[in-house]
Design a protein around this ligand. Structure first.
Ligand code: FAD
Length: 413
């Protein structure tokens, strides 16, 4: 079999792969990105968080992202449940850093990032799928869609294969998520929203009036279209036969969605789709010659749109450690990569669990909220879940429990 040499191979050309490739290329390493599909390709995950702008900027992709007119400016999140409505302004937050970002069609966004990486001189091979890996030798077997398999000899491999979860599968690293398997049904529509109380600069998250564990996203794009989806346990949707039926039936039970979408055109330009079993976990985030980035590692839940931000944050952490290692310095992947990464993932986990057990929803929908605490929560929802100076990061579980109790007594009980 033909053998080729690169310093680093990156599996997957999504946001984690593109950012990692650029950061390593800046350090002078020879990087090869292997991507089994051809771009542009669809992937779910259209609402970004401000924190990820730091990584887009560091990778040199910011001007290209800012220049794309179809990306919708985003400065916060709005939440509705029954007659309640709460807005969180990401520009008014505890942690310093970007306060705005974009809502994007991922096919276009991911294509822009990887093309910018190619312009920086990075080798990207589309249509090349990784089929085997030897961690003792750091050798990947690659199957091009047309042609003979070849071996890529590397010093290190970063797995940014997202839902492909290439190395977790090949190395038997997968463990079940502690979150129950939920399903998401979604599409894109002409929303035709004219309601003055709808803010196109924010993602709208709605809670189902009766089932508080069922929620909806409405992610506006800049061209009168939006992405809309419903998430819930499969049994909630029992008796409804397809994604179109499920999404329309449930969405129109939400008072605000029914009102603002009264003139929507649910066309079939973008098919109704569903995804399930997306929450996943792994036994280890790294090995002798590899590390897992983004969704190839742990994926929690989409409710706070944290996926791309966690993916890019993991790329930054891993490439910092890897650059040191390849320069001959001593590194410790546990304390320099896995533990720092899990700090933010665990912060999001607290608020995801709190969303589904209702405690964080009580906080979000409280009629009276402290401005200081709201700024701390705003920072986390803007993606700054690694800022340990924020008490709602450092002691997230304890703080959320105390806050939910306070809110429950003051407002709901
Ligand atoms: P991906 O973007 O998935 O890229 C991985 C790439 O690897 C793919 O292009 C794939 O083709 C390639 N690949 C796979 N297997 C192989 C192989 N064998 N060889 C070579 N290449 C391979 N996140 C947000 O930030 N905002 C949101 O609003 C949001 N909404 C979501 C809604 C739902 C319902 C779900 C389930 C998730 C959502 N997410 C969201 C999460 C988001 O989808 C992911 O976190 C994000 O795409 C992860 O990026 P990545 O770079 O890790 O992987």
């Amino acid at each position: 079999m033909n053998h080729q040499h690169f310093d680093i191979a990156i599996i997957g050309a999504g946001p984690a792969g593109a950012v990692a490739a650029s950061l390593l290329n800046q350090q002078g390493f020879k990087v090869c990105v292997l991507e089994k599909q051809h771009f542009p390709r669809f992937v779910i995950g259209e609402s970004l968080l401000p924190h990820c702008m730091e990584f887009i900027e560091a990778a040199g992709f910011l001007p290209a992202v800012q220049a794309e007119p179809s990306f919708q400016f985003k400065n916060g999140a709005a939440f509705t449940w029954g007659s309640r409505y709460t807005e969180i302004d990401f520009t008014d937050k505890f942690t310093a850093g970007h306060g705005t970002t974009f809502q994007v069609r991922r096919a276009l966004f991911d294509d822009i990032l990887i093309k910018e990486a190619q312009k920086q001189g990075i080798t990207v091979r589309f249509g090349d799928s990784v089929s085997a890996y030897n961690d003792d030798t750091a050798e990947l077997t690659v199957q091009p869609e047309n042609g003979e398999p070849y071996v890529l000899q590397t010093k290190f491999v970063l797995d940014a294969s997202g839902y492909g979860r290439v190395l977790p599968r090949l190395l038997d690293l997968e463990t079940p998520s502690q979150l129950p398997p939920r399903a998401a049904h979604f599409t894109h529509i002409d929303d035709n929203i004219t309601a003055p109380d709808f803010d196109r600069n924010k993602i709208l998250i709605s809670t189902h009036p009766k089932h508080r564990d069922v929620w909806f996203w409405l992610i506006p794009f800049a061209d009168n279209r939006c992405s809309i989806g419903v998430v819930g346990l499969p049994e909630r949707f029992a008796g409804l036969d397809d994604s179109e039926h499920i999404l329309k039936t449930f969405a129109l039970q939400v008072p605000m969605l029914a009102r603002i979408l009264a003139n929507a055109n649910w066309d079939n330009e973008f098919p109704f789709r569903y995804i399930t079993g997306y929450s996943a976990n792994v036994k280890s985030l790294y090995g002798k010659h590899f590390a897992l980035l983004g969704n190839a590692a742990e994926f929690l839940d989409p409710v706070f749109s944290s996926g791309v931000t966690i993916a890019m944050h993991s790329a930054k952490l891993a490439t910092d450690v890897l650059s040191k290692q390849l320069r001959g310095q001593n590194v410790d992947w546990q304390t320099e990569f896995a533990e720092p990464l899990m700090l933010g993932v665990d912060t999001f986990r607290t608020y995801v669990n709190g969303w589904y057990d209702g405690s964080f929803q009580d906080v979000i929908y409280a009629e009276q909220r402290s401005p200081d605490i709201t700024r701390m929560i705003s920072a986390i929802l803007a993606g700054y879940a690694w800022d340990e100076s924020n008490p709602y990061v450092a002691k997230s579980e304890r703080r959320l429990a105390a806050l939910a109790e306070m809110v429950g007594e003051a407002v709901y009980r």
